[in-house]
Design a protein around this ligand. Structure first.
Ligand code: PGA
Length: 252
């Protein structure tokens, strides 16, 4: 039985006061959500304050990125994975398509970040997903396979317990074009097969695979009905506490 995860990615939105207000509004709204794990990923500047204010709640806090380097050093502008741990994060999003496409992150960088995050004791939400051109050219599966294999290179089966995969087709992010539940299911089943081939059936069976890309209260139910869909990574609709809480309560 895979426990669902509903994660909110706030991206580069919200000053500290807005972050705290949203987190505190969300806290009571999801306090009885025992059917799933709830995670929010505020911007770096809000992490510590938000994590402190959520102490004792059922909401976990994630970073949106971390450095490829775990060892502290002269890396201006970077944030090491253990710095995220230090301010109260349990999770980190790695390889989001905005990082891959706007900041030229490669699979090798994603792999180094993943290794650093695991070494710091964080759970990784590894994002994969094809562009529209790649899908139209019939390359969606090889692209996603390459991102998975590249991102997870060198990981042990112990490490896999702290990996969550988020399938986020680039053409569905922030566009209002959600993948249909069937399209999502097809890719999620493929991801689980790749895991079973590369690692083992047991690891594949317990792997949680989230869908991301224009998830809203009105489409989450159809998505969550799919066998291999274990949750959602929500961008725009996570910025408002009530809307996000409705997604968390997809089961009601
Ligand atoms: P969206 O973003 O829900 O606004 O499409 C999802 C994401 O980028 O994680």
């Amino acid at each position: 039985m895979r426990k669902p995860i509903i994660a909110g990615n706030w991206k580069m939105y919200k000053l500290v006061a807005e972050s705290v207000a949203t987190a505190l509004a969300l806290r009571p709204l999801v306090a009885n959500a025992n059917h799933c794990e709830v995670i929010i990923a505020p911007p770096f500047t809000s992490l510590k304050t938000v994590a402190d204010r959520l102490e004792g709640s059922n909401i976990k806090v994630a970073g949106q990125n971390c450095s490829t380097e775990l060892k502290h050093g002269a890396h201006t502008g970077e944030i090491a994975a253990d710095m995220l741990r230090d301010v109260g994060c349990t999770h980190v999003i790695i390889g989001h398509s905005e990082r891959r496409h706007l900041y030229a992150e490669t699979d090798s960088m994603v792999n180094h970040k993943t290794q650093a995050a695991l070494a710091a004791g964080l759970t990784v939400i590894l994002c994969v997903g094809e562009t529209l051109a790649q899908r139209e050219a019939g390359h969606a599966e090889p692209v996603v396979r390459g991102q998975l294999e590249g991102g997870l290179r060198g990981l042990t089966s112990n490490d896999l317990a702290r990996i969550i995969v988020a399938y986020e087709p680039v053409w569905a992010i922030g566009t209002g074009h959600t993948a249909t539940p069937e399209q999502a299911q097809e890719m999620h089943a493929f991801i689980r097969r790749v895991f079973a081939e590369r690692h083992n059936e047991d690891a594949a069976e317990v792997l949680r695979i989230l869908y991301g890309g224009s998830v809203k209260p009105d489409n989450v139910v159809g998505l969550m009905e799919q066998t291999d869909l274990d949750g959602a990574l929500v961008g725009g609709a996570s910025l408002d506490a009530e809307t996000f809480a409705q997604i968390v309560h997809f089961n009601l």
